[in-house]
Design a protein around this ligand. Structure first.
Ligand code: PEP
Ligand code: MN
Length: 340
């Protein structure tokens, strides 16, 4: 249950309602970052709480029953309106936000490779640059990323191109460095349920790009987002990147129905990663076009100046030479899909 207050409700009125809720034994969590003051009611007895008729209390605008297990990720919190998340001036989602393209290499491999890619991404009209400095690899023998040196290269690429940077955090011990250098912190599919990481990012000042785990349900993903939201960070972008499905001919099965279903349930922006779902270059653009058509708020796509020699995910990287046409076509589809 969410108790949503009038914009002019006083602190005394909010406090009085809070006391009535907690007196029933339920928890009352003040929601930070909502447009109106909101209290999320947690773990209460439904009938007892309903009998309080809190919607008649002074200062209360409305009471919204939320039966979903996630509360703050629920779209009711924002009165059914989508909510924009802004990363260094670039808005994702929300009524007026454009279709956003995050482009860049899977991993930061060298300053030359990253800067060459970043320049091509900027020239093609990217909104943000991606690149992993810390790579979660299946094999411990695979390239693990350049770490701090990689973060510094990303900062250099941002300084030169003006593009904000999103990079993955895999380990709590690196959070300060990542927050210092990045504009947005990525939580990868393998860490979607790394709860201490989510909690800590909920206390950080940066927006979070949260990728769906390969075996996660929609509720699992929204509850992972809830870990960040409950700590006060309302800036969460969700990302569908493909789920495990034994029968798929691709690396993962891109679940585009999830985009629509997420939009039915949450106000948070939703983007799609066609690269990790595809696993090979030929599938990236068809999946990207489908994602642009299905109502996502943007894409995150891997590219490389020399995919054949990439140290990570080369087979799915599109070439930097193809970026301009790729961006034009996906933007065209996104535009057509939202035309009046
Ligand atoms: C990545 O974006 O490079 C990545 C590792 O993605 P995922 O976590 O979706 O596999
Ligand atoms: Mn990758």
């Amino acid at each position: 249950m969410l108790v949503i207050f009038h914009p002019d409700a006083t602190e005394a009125q909010i406090e009085a309602v809070t006391l009535r809720i907690t007196a029933t034994g339920a928890g009352a969590q003040r929601v930070i970052g909502a447009e109106q003051n909101v209290i999320g009611v947690i773990d209460g007895d439904r009938d007892h709480l309903t009998s309080l008729e809190l919607d008649a209390d002074p200062g209360v605008d409305r009471v919204v029953p939320v039966s979903a297990p996630y509360k703050l990720a629920h779209k009711h919190l924002h009165g059914e309106r989508p909510n924009a998340v802004t990363v260094s001036g670039v808005a994702f989602g929300g009524p007026d936000a454009a279709f956003r393209l995050i482009l860049g290499p899977c991993a930061v491999e060298s300053s030359e490779q990253t800067l060459t890619a970043a320049r091509a991404c900027a020239a093609a009209g990217a909104d943000m640059l991606r690149g992993g400095a810390f790579k979660p690899r299946t094999s411990p023998y695979a390239f693990q990323g350049l770490g701090l040196e990689g973060l510094k290269i990303l900062a250099q690429a941002r300084a030169e191109t003006g593009l904000p940077v999103v990079t993955e955090l895999t380990d709590l011990r690196d959070i300060d460095a990542v927050v210092e250098y990045a504009d947005c912190v990525q939580v990868g599919a393998r860490n979607m349920q790394h709860f201490p990481l989510l909690t800590e990012l909920g206390r950080s000042p940066l927006p979070v790009l949260l990728k769906r785990a390969m075996g996660a349900s929609i509720d699992d993903l929204l509850l992972a987002a809830e870990y960040i939201l409950t700590e006060g960070n309302s800036q969460v972008i969700l990302c569908e990147r493909g789920i495990h499905a034994a029968a798929t001919p691709a690396r993962s099965c891109l679940d585009l129905a999830a985009v629509t279903v997420l939009k039915e349930h949450t106000h948070l922006p939703v983007i799609v990663d066609p690269s990790h779902a595809a696993g090979r270059r030929a599938l990236v653009e068809p999946l990207a076009l489908a994602a642009a058509a299905c109502g996502s708020d943007g894409l995150i796509v891997e590219c490389h100046p020399d995919p054949a020699h990439a140290r990570c995910d080369g087979p799915q990287a599109i070439t930097v030479d193809s970026l301009e046409g790729f961006c034009r076509r996906v933007r065209g589809v996104a535009h057509a899909a939202t035309a009046a």
